[in-house]
Design a protein around this ligand. Sequence first.
Ligand code: ATP
Ligand code: MG
Length: 332
Amino acid sequence: MTAPRMTQYAGGGGCACKLPPGELDELVAALAGSAPANPAAELLVGLDGGGDDAAVVRLDSERALVTTADFFTPVVDDPYDWGRIAAANALSDVYAMGGTPWAAVNLLAWPRETLPLEVAAEVLRGGRDVAHAAGCQVSGGHSITDAEPKYGMSVVGLVHPDRMLRVDAAVPGSALTLTKPLGSGVLNSRHKATGTVFAEAVEVMAALNRDASRAAVEGGIPAGTDVTGFGLLGHAYKLARASGVTLAVDAAAVPYLADARQALADGYVSGGTRRNLQWVAPHVEFGSAPESERLLLADAQTSGGLLLTGEIPGHPVIGEVLPPGPSPVVVR
Ligand SMILES: Nc1ncnc2c1ncn2[C@@H]1O[C@H](COP(=O)(O)OP(=O)(O)OP(=O)(O)O)[C@@H](O)[C@H]1O
Ligand SMILES: [Mg+2]
């Protein structure tokens, strides 16, 4: 029996199936600015300013609780790899706040009439293995039947309230670092259309952002985020907007997965990536960057790296933080 191709069971895939950024902004803005009359905990990071990677509430002067949830449809055909990638992506928002994940619960939606539960077990096994590699307990979950398979996790972690990686704390004069190469969007599109497996992309997507996060916190970097469905430019714009700065991106310094440029040239661009570019373009000064470069910089990433406002060893500097200018993002 041939194994089912997971990507054929869903429309969109991975972080590219997020709501478009402009629509999410509007939806979330309607919730921002309100608080319970008698809060049980002080909110340190919530929805103000367009939101951050995760919510943070204070426990005491040295500890704060980080909470986040992420799930999506299959990005790769192999169920175990999909599970690994979905878990790395869910854990990533804790790392993107500078935190340590403590416990996770699985979020599973499954078309039980068309896909055997043995396949779901492989997905959960992949998620568990990655969470355990992160030192994070997988202590429960919730499972429903659904027309399309979806998997992810809700994660709780811990962070020092004065040593977070926030989106609203970037300081002009800092370097801009990116910790994973771009291109998972175009490669996942090609994989879904053709079945070709891009092993490097799978390993990059399944890799934890833990070490980069630790290095950033130890280095005193105040601001950062993870690069996911809105692409490098989309997340750079959100960070620039929240911090009131301009981010300059040196296009030639941005790292890419080996087959990414070819996949783009061959036309494997997701609808999410085109929407990203359309949304972010009014906020970006592109200079002479051609359309292909703009699309790659807006490529919807799945489980991408950290975009940090500072340098850490072993990862490329791709630009710098500038004082606020006419455009929040400048491609040079
Ligand atoms: N349904 C929702 N209700 C309330 N807040 C939401 C909802 N969906 C998203 N948000 C908030 O909107 C902001 C942006 O969400 P988004 O999913 O882009 O960030 P993220 O969690 O960092 O994403 P990613 O997992 O791709 O890194 C976050 O603060 C998030 O908590
Ligand atoms: Mg994030």
